[in-house]
Design a protein around this ligand. Structure first.
Ligand code: CTP
Length: 400
């Protein structure tokens, strides 16, 4: 994963060098961006040597060595599209003010406006500046906008005063960054099997029955579990999604193929999450030749498919089983029914008629129904965040 580290002008700028090293140990690819005042405290050469990359210092590439050029500005803005997170450490009162008020005065403040990636700031400044209502108001604005703040520590400050304002410990900053990126290691040693996407049931050689599932929720689960250290087997119906890195991907087409793959691979898994939208019926007899057009009505006879989740539920052992329920009405009643019928530990239910939930969206609004009777309603979240909340619950169940 790629992150941009913004370094602004304060005595603590030297600590950013150690921070780069720690972030690299977490396998993060770090691009350093420095403000003009940061360069009064530490030179770009230090960061260039640590990262093996040119440090971005100016919007138009103009510094003592190079003339201004527009290609540089465009290339720099591309950084905004590529990064998974923007971290600013140390963050001065000045940069917090620029961010809070949307002032794009230099490259770093432009990057803040141009990126859609999450933002983490670790402020460091003189105690009076930290406590000033202007700074605190700016932080309030940024927090309300979703910016993550790693609060400074209390202690002896470089200006000779004592109080809050010292840059947070490197470990606290790294922990926050990893948390926001979903890079916890709490699923290490576990194998998680995830199913995703739709299935296809052939009618004839050119036609099939399927549904609107995009696979996004299942792929988000696979990615989140993998980032948290799990070994992940992703059994996927046809989707257009890129396979998350490090995941054991098993492509399937029909319910029967998915069933066989799940039964085979579930043996090695401690957690099985059935996020796939499995077809409930299939044509009773697939035609070997293309069906021809006629004047009469055509009736397609369907037979039920095996219920993969219910089959696993019958031979569950100590495995944690999670099912999904896409509903259009009576959410709780249907979800509780599925929990019992399928022998699952948890059903993740969503009302697919709601805006921002269900098929082919990047967000989801779900309620987790647990076997012990608990109901956990979640707000509208990205599918990646929903995935992490589901995994949090799974971990709780495993620890019991
Ligand atoms: N499921 C499955 N095998 C099937 C059908 C569904 O394993 N043949 C799984 C899904 O992956 C999901 C859960 O069962 O995790 C619920 O699926 P859903 O289609 O909502 O449930 P059904 O039991 O089919 O109920 P209905 O369609 O009547 O709502």
């Amino acid at each position: 994963m790629k992150i941009a580290l913004g370094v602004t002008g304060g005595v603590a700028a030297y600590k950013a060098a150690e921070l780069v090293r720690r972030l690299q140990q977490e396998k993060l690819d770090v691009q350093v961006v420095m403000t003009r005042s940061a360069r009064e405290f530490i030179t770009p050469l230090t960061f260039a040597a640590l990262t093996g990359k040119k440090v971005i210092t100016e919007m138009f590439g103009a510094d003592d060595a190079a003339p201004a050029n527009v290609e540089s500005a465009i290339e720099h803005i591309a950084v905004a599209q590529r990064i998974d997170l923007l971290l600013v450490a140390p963050a001065t009162a000045d940069i917090l003010g620029q961010f809070a008020h949307g002032i794009a005065g230099d490259f770093l403040s432009t990057l803040y406006l141009a990126t859609k990636a999450p933002v983490v700031v670790a402020p460091a400044m003189n105690v009076n500046m930290w406590e000033h209502p202007a700074t605190q108001e700016n932080l309030k604005t940024l927090r309300a906008r979703g910016v993550h703040v790693v609060d400074p520590e209390e202690g002896y400050l470089a200006c000779g005063m004592t109080g809050a304002g010292r840059l947070a410990a490197t470990e606290a900053i790294v922990e926050k960054v990893c948390g926001v990126l979903g890079l916890r290691h709490d699923l290490e040693g576990q194998t998680v099997l995830v199913t995703a996407g739709p299935t296809r049931e052939d009618i004839d050689p050119v036609r099939f029955l399927t549904n609107r599932s995009s696979g996004k929720m299942g792929y988000a689960l696979a990615e989140a579990a993998s980032r948290r250290g799990a070994r992940v087997v992703l059994i996927s119906g046809p989707t257009d999604l890129p396979v998350p890195e490090g995941v054991d991907w098993v492509p399937v087409r029909t319910t029967e193929e998915m069933r066989n793959a799940v039964r085979e691979r579930a043996r090695e898994a401690q957690v099985v999450i059935m996020a796939a939208a499995v077809s409930d019926y299939r044509p009773a007899a697939a035609q070997s030749q293309k069906l021809k057009r006629g004047d009469d009505r055509l009736t397609l006879e369907l037979e039920p498919t095996p219920d993969i989740l219910a089959e696993l539920g019958r031979e569950k052992g100590s495995r944690i089983l999670v099912g999904f329920a896409a509903e259009t009405d009576r959410l709780a009643e249907n979800a509780r029914g599925k929990l019992a019928r399928k022998g699952a530990d948890m059903i993740v239910a969503n009302d697919v008629t709601q805006e921002g939930a269900g098929f082919d969206t990047d967000t989801n609004i779900v309620t987790l129904f647990l076997r012990d009777g608990r109901e956990v309603p979640l707000p509208k979240l990205s599918k990646f965040d929903v995935a992490n909340r589901i995994l949090d619950q799974v971990l709780q169940l495993r620890q019991r």
